[in-house]
Design a protein around this ligand. Structure first.
Ligand SMILES: [Zn+2]
Length: 331
């Protein structure tokens, strides 16, 4: 008999996260495989998972236009809108996006309670207020941030986006908003074009490898905290929003900077990606800032690699936050 200590944070997951795309370069079944690997490898038990609810339209509309939400709900998308979205549209797909937004909102709230919270779906950072693109119909992370700001749970946030693709939707949504600081580190010579400016953009050359990447990441994180603090004067009162640290960090831990990714052109190894995760999570933990994490892209030639990279992010968080035997389960 052996026991699996409970994770010190929750993993938000629903079978409904699968976008049901059929044969497609985006393996949206990966969300289920991540959960299954966590269970099979003894990383988590059923008690570590929480199910999300569909995000209420009220929350979706804090970020997206009435017109875009109406089109998604009625399925009345123009041919060119589907081409830009690059995925087929169905009731199951719509439900998956609404669940993912509910999941990111729940992960944010769990992060405030536990220090860390994972949404095993989401990271749809290419969605704009009035259109979707690049497999992203609605922006779950922005919806989560706006929802928590609306009820006063947080006032400020920092988005650290390390997907290989620039966080164009995030940059556009928060462009004129000093309460949400955006950092995107991505391959410069890749989708999307154009790239609207984040607060900090680090556009990497093709084939960037672990050592160079990690150095630039350390620099970018340091600059982000420094600049966030200096931006305090831009933020309106109340006083709490003048704090020198963000109330919440959202980390988009894309698996697609991996050297074997089909849609990426960087040169990171699986170990390099896990070290990346450790550094972001430690940056939050060492400052006492809650961190919510989602997985975003991942299109490795071997889908097992994508799943391993995502599971490693959970392991990196467990290293940093430790395990608890408070509710240890025997089996
Ligand atoms: Zn990506």
């Amino acid at each position: 008999m052996f026991f699996i200590p409970m994770l010190p944070f929750k993993l938000i997951y629903s079978d409904g996260y699968d976008l049901s795309l059929g044969a497609h370069v985006f393996p949206s079944q990966k969300f289920r495989w991540i959960r299954e690997k966590c269970l099979a490898d003894g990383i988590a038990t059923e008690a570590d998972f929480l199910a999300p609810e569909l995000a209420p339209d009220e929350d979706i509309l804090r970020v997206h236009s009435q017109e875009w939400v109406r089109k998604l709900k009625t399925g009345k998308l123009e041919a060119w809108e589907l081409m830009r979205l690059e995925i087929p549209w169905s009731a199951a797909t719509r439900r998956a996006f609404w669940l993912s937004a509910g999941g990111s909102t729940l992960a944010s709230r769990r992060a405030l309670a536990d220090g860390c919270g994972f949404n095993l779906g989401g990271g749809f950072h290419h969605a704009y207020p009035d259109h979707g693109e690049g497999f992203c119909a609605i922006h779950d992370v922005a919806i989560a941030i706006r929802s928590l700001q609306a009820d006063g749970a947080i006032q400020t946030a920092l988005v650290v986006d390390l997907d290989v693709h620039h966080g164009n939707g995030t940059a556009a949504i928060f462009a004129a908003d000093p309460s949400v600081f955006t950092l995107s580190m991505h391959q410069e010579n890749n989708y999307p074009h154009p790239k609207p400016p984040s607060d900090i953009d680090v556009g990497l050359p093709d084939f960037t490898r672990d050592d160079v990447y990690l150095k630039l990441l350390d620099d970018a994180l340091a600059r982000a905290f420094d600049q966030f603090e200096r931006n305090a004067s831009l933020r309106e009162s109340p006083v709490a929003s003048r704090q020198s640290l963000p109330d919440l960090i959202w980390y988009l831990a894309g698996a697609d900077p991996y050297v074997e990714d089909q849609l990426g052109g960087l040169g990171l190894t699986i170990n390099g990606l896990m070290e990346r995760d450790r550094r972001v999570i430690a940056a939050a933990r060492s400052r006492g800032i809650p961190i919510a994490i989602t997985f975003a892209g991942g299109y490795a030639r071997r889908v097992e690699d994508t799943v391993q990279i995502h599971v490693n992010t959970i392991l990196a968080a467990r290293e940093t936050f430790g395990t608890t035997d408070k509710h240890a389960e025997h089996r």
